[in-house]
Design a protein around this ligand. Structure first.
Ligand code: IMP
Length: 420
């Protein structure tokens, strides 16, 4: 039996997972998304053409790999259709290649509206404004419209009417904004479903078939560990469980949990939106990382906050995800730095605090400093022939975190990867 793999972000998202999933997709029979929604933005370069995927698994670029969206994903049919049409217009067909769970909860335009209205008020957390929070709220509150509800007209009308009434009350009375017209919401939903209906089916059965026939599956995580709704920097998190352990629930295939787990981390740290970020830099080094790393959100275009690699957070993440190996991305972004720091502890008023502390927003990082390698890593193809300074930096990460590095990314292109 070939071993399946769960690939997760170990920081605050944007670790460069798209490129890594794209590379690993070559070796897997299926690629499956299991949480999050179109708040994700996985950037992939294919023969110099840039693609940004939000919902569709990155395996879509390979003929041999089938793609799945499990029921843990919150699904915007509008975004899905948009992505399908964009891929098809560039010669990539999804016919017979993509299957989505009929049990997915749907994210409707009204969810995005509520997200935006809330974010415009005080206490904004800097969401992607796509409606992810409200849609997951509905799922937990048992009022979601599921994809399969669209197969039953009466049921759909009933459920949708309650939902639209529920949000219109808030839109009018809390936010003083224009309510939605139920008939229009219903018609738009039916229209978009009709164009996407052929992609829905039973994902659990398909994954089981692949697995039982000796195939292997790549589970593609979105966002990152520090954004996990339970274990991240709550309330500055997304609304799903981003950890590798949520794969069983999100894919609906319990044997998915017996996979290897590859954690992806940048050689530094970034975060978008509000919330604690102990190693954030407010000096030239931070600006240099942002500039050299092109640190702007793939989904929203927002500039990302930048800082040094936080090994305390990474170690926390490695434990929670039960990582079997690590991938360090964007190593080349540090090529020009005279010295490079990593955070090995936090202090508040001279007392050390752990990552999971109420005081994280006040934490002062304790750094270990490394000499920079001051040369381009781009031509390097072999791990052991990386500069000595780079190897010291990488071995310290492994030692501190307790997980081996199996791959590093040394440039933006698809092939800029060094395997160990
Ligand atoms: P939401 O997921 O849109 O509700 O946003 C909640 C938090 O998660 C905000 O801080 C977002 O910036 C962050 N977030 C959501 N998706 C991503 C992602 O794919 N990459 C990085 N941050 C994300």
């Amino acid at each position: 039996m070939k071993k399946s793999l769960i690939l997760v972000g170990t920081q605050w998202g944007d670790e460069g997972k798209g490129k890594i999933v794209d590379y690993f997709s070559q070796k897997f029979d299926a690629v499956c998304r299991f949480q999050g929604g179109h708040n994700a933005g996985h950037t992939i370069y294919k023969e110099d053409e840039k693609f940004v995927l939000h919902l569709i698994p990155s395996g879509v670029f390979y003929d041999h790999a089938s793609c799945y969206i499990g029921q843990g994903v919150i699904l915007s049919l509008e975004s899905l259709l948009d992505e399908i049409e964009q891929l098809e217009s560039r010669g990539i067909s999804l016919e017979g290649k993509l299957r989505i769970s009929r049990y997915c909860s749907l994210l409707l335009p009204i969810h995005a509206k509520i997200d935006q209205l809330r974010e415009d008020n005080k206490n904004a957390i800097g969401t992607t404004r796509r409606g992810i929070g409200p849609a997951y709220e509905d799922k937990t509150a048992r009022r979601s419209i599921k994809a399969f509800d669209l197969e039953d007209n009466d049921l759909l009308e009933d459920k949708l009417k309650s939902l639209v009434d529920y949000y219109n009350f808030q839109i009018k009375n809390i936010h003083n904004a224009e309510p939605y017209d139920f008939e229009t919401v219903l018609k738009d939903l039916k229209d978009v479903y009709q164009k996407t209906a052929k992609y829905f089916g039973d994902v659990t059965d398909s994954l089981e078939d692949i697995y039982e026939n000796g195939g292997n599956i790549l589970y593609e995580g979105a966002q990152g560990t520090m954004l996990d709704v339970d274990y991240g920097t709550y309330p500055y998190v997304t609304s799903s469980n981003t950890l590798a352990t949520s794969v069983g629930i999100g894919s609906g295939f319990p044997k998915s949990i017996y996979s290897d787990v590859l954690g992806v981390a940048k050689a530094y740290t970034t975060r978008v939106g509000a919330g604690p970020f102990p190693t954030e830099l407010f000096c030239d080094d931070g600006e240099k990382i942002a500039k050299l790393g092109h640190e702007f959100g793939a989904t929203t275009g927002r500039p990302r906050r930048c800082g040094w690699l936080d090994l305390v957070a990474l170690k926390y993440s490695a434990k929670l995800n039960n990582l079997t190996s690590l991938c360090i991305t964007k190593l080349d972004v540090l090529d020009e730095f005279e010295s490079i720091k990593v955070c090995i502890g936090y202090k508040v008023d001279d007392e050390e605090i752990p990552f999971k502390s109420r005081l994280l927003h006040k934490a002062e990082p304790i750094y270990k400093e490394f000499a920079g390698w001051k040369k381009s890593l781009n031509d390097c193809t072999n791990y052991d022939s990386l500069p000595t300074e780079t190897l010291s930096f990488l071995s310290f990460i492994e030692e501190f975190v307790g997980v081996d590095i199996s791959v590093v990314s040394n440039g933006p292109n698809r092939d800029d990867l060094i395997h160990r």
